[in-house]
Write a protein that binds this ligand. Structure first.
Ligand SMILES: *Cc1c(COP(=O)(O)O)cnc(C)c1O
Length: 235
């Protein structure tokens, strides 16, 4: 494949590394969904990934999802991975396949209301700030179960698991414990057998640490820079 683009080469490498990490952990790489985090990147680059088979794309801004939604093929699955304001839920409720970043009852209530209005069941993940970083969104570990219980009663919404954004670190091994902690929390909550709650999904791991996350049970890794290159926020 001599006319492969750099996006396509990167994608192959990321996939190979996910496969290796899966092997190492005795997992099947089919159980790991790679989400191409395409924020700030042009549709032309998303299309390169699409042509190499990518269908799951992650974005963190509502406006950007709306812009790209109309310009990308309709079989793309859009994942909302960023902080979501309640007043913007209505714009994406019928466009995204999952919202990874639910960290309050208030937000879940609005998602529920909009989902019911559109007659859909929205799969969501609860974002947990496992490292307790003050600068990050996400509910604290201690409050997670209670939040899950409250949200589970809402119509039009289905809790599928947990998500976390680990700290930025030089050595990805430094984040291993956070991934272990998130998985343990999901196991603990799953044991409670709460109606309308599944803890099957773990969205964790980014460019710097996705292999570690895969060995600790990630079902969804969110990789941006590793596929599309560094982001330029000046533009
Ligand atoms: C930007 C972003 C990513 C991807 O980050 P990279 O380090 O570029 O892989 C993953 N998850 C979330 C929530 C993000 O905002």
């Amino acid at each position: 494949m001599s006319n492969e683009t750099s996006v396509q080469k990167n994608l192959e490498e990321v996939r190979a590394r996910i496969r290796e990490a899966s092997d190492k952990a005795g997992r099947n790489d089919r159980d790991v969904t790679l989400i191409a985090v395409s924020k700030t990147k042009p549709v032309s680059m998303l299309m390169e990934a699409y042509e190499a088979g990518m269908r799951d794309f992650g974005e963190n801004k509502v406006q950007e999802i709306l812009d790209k939604y109309d310009r990308m093929p309709s079989d793309v699955k859009w994942h909302m991975i960023g902080h979501l304001q309640t007043n913007k839920v209505k714009y994406i409720i019928d466009k995204v396949c999952m919202i990874h970043s639910v960290d309050s009852y208030k937000l879940a209530e609005v998602i529920s209301r909009e989902a019911v209005k559109h007659n859909v069941i929205m799969p969501i993940l609860i974002e947990v700030n496992v490292a307790g970083e003050e600068t990050k969104f996400g509910t604290g570990r201690e409050g997670t179960e209670e939040l899950v219980r409250q949200i589970s009663l809402l119509p039009g919404i289905k809790i599928e698991g947990l998500m976390t954004i680990a700290p930025y670190v030089e050595d990805p091994e430094e984040n291993r414990q956070y991934f272990v902690d998130l998985r343990q929390l999901s196991v603990d909550i799953a044991r409670k057998n709460i109606d309308n709650v599944s803890m099957g999904l773990l969205s964790m791991g980014m460019t710097n640490d996705y292999e570690v996350a895969v060995t600790e049970g990630a079902t969804h890794v969110r990789v941006g820079t590793g596929i599309f290159g560094a982001r330029d926020y000046q533009v």
